[in-house]
Design a protein around this ligand. Sequence first.
Ligand code: NAD
Ligand code: UFG
Length: 339
Amino acid sequence: MKVFVTGGIGYIGSHTVVELQQNGFEVVIADNLCNSNIKVLDGIEQITGVRPEFEKIDLADAEKVQDFFSRHRDVVAVIHFAALKAVGESVQKPLEYYKNNLNSLMNVITAMREFGVKNLVFSSSCTVYGQADILPVTEQTPRKQAESPYGNTKAMCEDIMRDVAKVEKEMNLLALRYFNPIGAHPSSCIGELPNGVPNNLIPYLTQTVAGIREQLSVFGDDYNTPDGSAIRDYIDVVDLARAHVVAIRRLLDGKNKANYEYFNIGTGTGLSVLELIHAFERATGEKVNYKIVGRRAGDIEKVWADTTLANRELGWKASVPIEETLANVWKWQKHLMNK
Ligand code: NAD
Ligand code: UFG
């Protein structure tokens, strides 16, 4: 069975392609490479022995998407990763973010409807919860107004899926709300490839330990948390990739309880920035050079997932211990430097 993976050359997409192939699915990828490198295909092939089909396509171009679906009539499901994802950049370039992220999703769903492809899994984010009043967040936790255009595209894409599902009864749409994805494939054949100076904690941390950055800034130690630094739910990228495989199976097996569903995908455990740094030091034996600085604008204080629904309904649970995840990202960083 063939799955169409949009944005499959990217960080989470590439790990998901590997898991799909290892679980017997055929994969075709479309990506415009705006935030990824075509060499990732080599990494995927090294792990699985199979080079996935690939087409360079901008999914924001409706005609190209129609043409793609017209030529791939054997696709049974779609996983839609393709999106722009830099929170800060989205504040500077809101139109680019709305155009890219909303049009891509609408083009994909429109073509699915036209060509009779029924099943879609979409990459959403815990950013839709904002700073929740009660933790951990469940799927019933009310969404809050997004802090950034990027976050707003996720909320709007969810709304589009909900509204389409009401009228397109044959379609099965499922959103996964990722918490904080980190890590790399244990083979070190694929991992995160941040462009320029990383915004996210883990790539900044590993680049600091590698000597590429001078010092890691810890944004705030005056939050209302046990050690004062902000808390997140860090989910291993391979665990996250596996969640997509079970989500696709759920749709293909007709096990979904509604034709629009959404699930939290996290570990269920919150870790502070300082706890994460110390876990990295324990896992790798490396020292992290960091300093405490002021809070970063727009950051929330704490969030972690209640994953009961995903555990029960998808039969999925995060399983990679944080030390293993951190050892893998360090191995990946060293691999990048030796290339
Ligand atoms: P990524 O940038 O590594 O991957 C996204 C891929 O989509 C890239 O390869 C990019 O080239 C491609 N792409 C973007 N716009 C495109 C377009 N118009 N046409 C074709 N290809 C296009 O990002 P990622 O971290 O792998 O994220 C994947 C998805 O998960 C995104 O939707 C992102 O918003 C979402 N997400 C990511 C995180 C995170 O922290 N990484 C958290 C929550 C949700
Ligand atoms: N942090 C630092 N120093 C850094 C970078 C980050 O202290 O150099 C802190 C942040 O303040 C935050 C935590 O580390 O408390 C995690 O920050 P990230 O930037 O790694 O991740 P965010 O939680 O801000 O956001 C990420 C993605 C969003 C996504 C969200 C939820 O960037 O796109 O996870 O999935 F929406």
